[in-house]
Design a protein around this ligand. Structure first.
Ligand SMILES: Cc1cc2nc3c(=O)[nH]c(=O)nc-3n(C[C@H](O)[C@H](O)[C@H](O)COP(=O)(O)OP(=O)(O)OC[C@H]3O[C@@H](n4cnc5c(N)ncnc54)[C@H](O)[C@@H]3O)c2cc1C
Length: 419
């Protein structure tokens, strides 16, 4: 391979693509807009970094809500176990946790980003930071001749890998540039929308429980025509709800809101393990235990303290009432609320606050076996810029690594064919 591969973007997918292409002998130039390579990896929650997941391939594919099958080749060429071996060989020891999620033993996201940078550099990729690509330059034959940066520099390219990420967490450099660059050269962009994103609700009472996290609850989202549910942990915030199960369902909510569904509700079953009847008996037992107390002081065994006034108000019962004055109808109303605490969703927090951007370069325009554009002979795509998004659990990084690997290898072979 004598030509130059220009990789645009120094995130998870771009660093992987650059390192692999360089390892296979290509002359690689990586251009990164910001000062910091792998900035998004470095900001991961608690500094941890869920690099992949050990579920098998069919299960893996199911974790990309709409377009998982597109990743079949990429995940076969560079699998979750390849990711684990890759990092282990670079000195990043890994461990498997709940949900088969894989983390570095160090719990240090910087270690993962540094390993990717080291891999690319040690294989000979030339890395330039603070170089933002603003244009892909097409030659007369419809191929890409090179890229132009915002400081008017031109880089010759025999092949270009677009690895600019989505538009989430723009502070990390991913501001949707890749969508514009791809569009400029004729690609269609599936409208970007937020996924894995916190939700805003109408009810102002959430402010009073901001920070309260609930485990083992079941939430149901519903738009009157369709519903979905998830069991696990959620969190109240000052504007609404977040936490793992909310993030999981948020993609669907974002789509419903985008489609202007008139009413999107989220219902929390605070006691999903108990049927209505069993929960009613349980409440009755607590009432017997706290018979001389006011209702507001009788639910401590059942609920987090700050949630008690909310549940009572939502049930329409006077909180000052003594337990022995609560009627059967009121008790049943209380149980109803415990089984279905309702919230009205008004919005998501938007793409900037989303863990991942759904939408992106149209999959029908990319060859899944190579990541090569079907429109431009020497253009390749990797990572979140593609219309692929996964659930939490390490699936987004694995998609970035697998597509980055495949784009890197394919672009290298592309050069060899031309030689
Ligand atoms: C808070 C948070 C936590 C996350 N945690 C996890 C997790 O634990 N596990 C998981 O699997 N996924 C996680 N994700 C998702 C995951 O980080 C992304 O899906 C993944 O980083 C996408 O990789 P990428 O290479 O496509 O894009 P990015 O990592 O976003 O990299 C794109 C790069 O391109 C650069 N760039 C953009 N435009 C230009 C341009 N014009 N010129 C040059 N360079 C440009 C950007 O500066 C950026 O460095 C998390 C995301 C966030 C926001």
């Amino acid at each position: 391979m004598t030509g130059t591969i220009v990789v645009v973007g120094g995130g998870a997918s771009g660093l992987m693509a650059a390192g692999v292409a360089a390892a296979y002998g290509a002359n690689v130039v990586l251009l990164e807009k910001t000062k910091r390579l792998g900035a998004k990896i470095r900001i991961f929650g608690k500094g941890r970094c869920n690099i992949t997941n050990t579920v098998d391939l069919p299960e893996f594919i199911k974790n990309y809500p709409e377009n998982g099958r597109f990743l079949y080749s990429a995940l076969t060429r560079f699998s979750n176990w390849d990711t684990i071996n890759f990092f282990n060989e670079l000195g990043v020891e890994t461990k498997i946790e709940r949900g088969q999620r894989v983390f570095p033993v160090s719990d240090d996201a910087d270690q993962v980003a540094n390993a990717l940078v080291r891999h690319a550099r040690n294989n000979g990729a030339k890395i330039f930071s603070q170089k933002a690509v603003r244009k892909l330059i097409l030659s007369d034959d419809g191929r890409i001749a090179g890229v132009e940066t915002t400081d008017n520099e031109f880089f010759d390219a025999d092949a270009v890998i677009l690895a600019t990420g989505g538009a989430s967490y723009p502070g990390t450099g991913s501001t949707g540039d890749g969508f514009l660059l791809a569009k400029q050269v004729g690609h269609t962009i599936q409208k970007p929308f937020p996924s894995l994103v916190p939700l805003r609700v109408k009810e102002s009472w959430v402010k009073s429980v901001a920070g309260v996290s609930l485990r083992n609850v079941e939430i149901t989202i519903d738009n009157g025509k369709e519903s979905d549910r998830a069991f696990g942990e959620m969190l109240f915030t000052h504007f609404g709800v977040s936490g793992p199960i909310v993030l999981t369902l948020s993609r669907k909510v974002a789509k419903w809101l985008e489609n202007k569904e008139s009413k999107v509700e989220l219902t929390i079953d605070l006691k999903p393990a108990l049927s209505f009847e069993i929960l009613e008996r349980r409440v009755q037992r607590d009432f017997n235990k706290y018979i001389r107390k006011q209702l507001k002081n009788s639910l401590d065994d059942l609920l987090p303290k700050s949630l008690i006034p909310i549940v009572i108000i939502e049930s329409g019962i006077e909180p000052e009432k003594y337990v022995n004055q609560v009627t059967k109808a009121e008790r049943r109303q209380l149980v109803n609320t415990l089984k279905a605490l309702r919230l009205t969703i008004v919005d998501t927090l938007g793409i900037p606050a989303a863990i991942v951007t759904a939408g992106g370069v149209n999959l029908t325009e990319i060859d899944p076996r190579t990541m090569r554009s079907k429109l431009i002979e020497n253009l390749y795509f990797a990572g979140e810029v593609i219309d692929i998004d996964g659930f939490t659990g390490g699936f987004n990084l694995q998609a970035a690594f697998s597509t980055g690997y495949l784009a890197g290898i394919s672009a290298t072979n592309h050069g060899e064919r031309r030689d």
